[in-house]
Ligand binder design. Sequence first.
Ligand code: NAD
Ligand code: MG
Length: 387
Amino acid sequence: MTRRSVSILGATGSVGTSTLDLIERHPDRFEVVALTAARNVASLADAARRTNARLAVIDDEALLPELRERLAGSDCRAATGKEAMSEAAAGGADWVMAAIVGCAGLEPVMAAIRAGRTVALANKESLVTAGALMTEAAARSGAEILPVDSEHNAIFQCLAGNRSSDVAKLVLTASGGPFRTKSRDEMAAMTPEQAVAHPNWSMGAKISVDSATMMNKGLELIEAHHLFGLPSERIDILVHPQSVIHSMVEFVDGSVLAQLGSPDMRIPIAHTLAWPERMDTPAQRLDLAAIASLTFEAPDFERFPALKTARSALETGGSAPIALNAANEEAVSAFLQRRIGFLDIVGIVLETIAQTVAGRPRSIADVIDIDREARARATNLMREMAA
Ligand code: NAD
Ligand code: MG
C-alpha cells in the first residue's frame, strides 16, 4: 500500500497534536510532508524531527533562526512567510489538515483547495467567513473538503450513501458548554479559567470560550450551511449534555440517523485521515450501559444570545458572518486577557455587525478587507467601553 502524504497546518494546537498522535501510531500508512505553527517553535521542531517532515513553517518570522537551529542536522527545511505557508498547504501532500485557529487559516486553506488537495477542515472560521468562495473553488479544482468538526463529521457520516435531496433537516447537537445551567448574572462574573474548563472536550482556548458563549454552535450552524448546502431553517440545534451523539440527519421518510462515539477528536480526525477507509484509534470505546442515559434540551436563546446572532448573520449573509467572526475573535481574545467581561463578548459582536455595511465579498481579498475593518470596529468599541 502506498503511504498517504500529509501536511498539518496548525500542528502544535489541540487538533494538530491529536492528528500527529494518530499519524505517529501508523508510520506504515502516512508520511509527513509539512508542518506549520504560529509561535511554538520547540514543539514544531520536535514534531518535525519525530515525523521526518520535509518542511516546517513558523508564522512568527522572528523565530526562524531558532527554528533553523533546532532543525540543524535534520533533512527538514525551516521557513517563514506567506509563500512558505502556501507551500506547506499546497505543495506535495495529498491530504492537508487545516487546524489553524481563526480567520488566519483562510489563505492557507484556500491554497490547499485551489491545488485540489483533500482538505480535512477543522478551521471552521474559514468556512464561516468565505464558505461560498471555498466550496466554489473546491468544485473547480476537484478538492475534497472533509469535515473534522465532530458535528459536521457526524453528519457527513450519516449522509453517506443517501441522496441529499432526501434530507429533511440536520440536527446539530451541542453540549451546552461549561455554563449550560448558569444564569446571566452568574455568567457575568465568569473568569477565563472557568470559561475554558469544558465539561466534555479538551480544546484550544478560543474554541473553549466559544463553547461557553455557545457562539461555537452559531459558527457551526454557518459551517453546516456551507458544507451541506441546506438553508438556516433546515438546521436545528439541540442541547445534549453528554456529547455522545455528535449530530443527526433526519430524512424525508422520518428516519433519523445519528453518529455516536466518546468525545475524543481523534475519532473524527481518523475518519478524515483514512477516508474512504477506516483506521484504528486509541479512543475510548463507547460504553452505553455505563453512560446509562442520554438527555436532550431545547437551547435557551435568552441566556445564549450568540445562537440568534449567528443565525441572523447566516440569513443576512455577505459581510455579516465575516463581521460576526472577526468581532468574536477580537472579543474572545480581549476576554482571555481580562480586558472585557464574559457577557461583553456577544455584545461586541452584535454591535460590530450593526455597524457593518452590507455587502457581498467577490474574492478572498474582499473577505480579508471586511474582516480587517470589522476587527478595527470591534477594537474601537472595546476601547470606548474601557474609557
Ligand atoms: P489551538 O489554539 O489549540 O491551535 C491552533 C493552531 O494554529 C496552533 O498550532 C497555532 O500555532 C496555530 N496558529 C494560531 N494562530 C495562527 C496564525 N495567526 N497563523 C498561523 N498559525 C496559527 O486550536 P484548536 O483547538 O486546535 O483549534 C483549531 C481549529 O479547529 C479551530 O478553528 C477550531 O474551531 C477547530 N476545532 C477544534 C476542535 C478541538 O477539539 N480543539 C474541535 C472542533 C473544531
Ligand atoms: Mg464542534
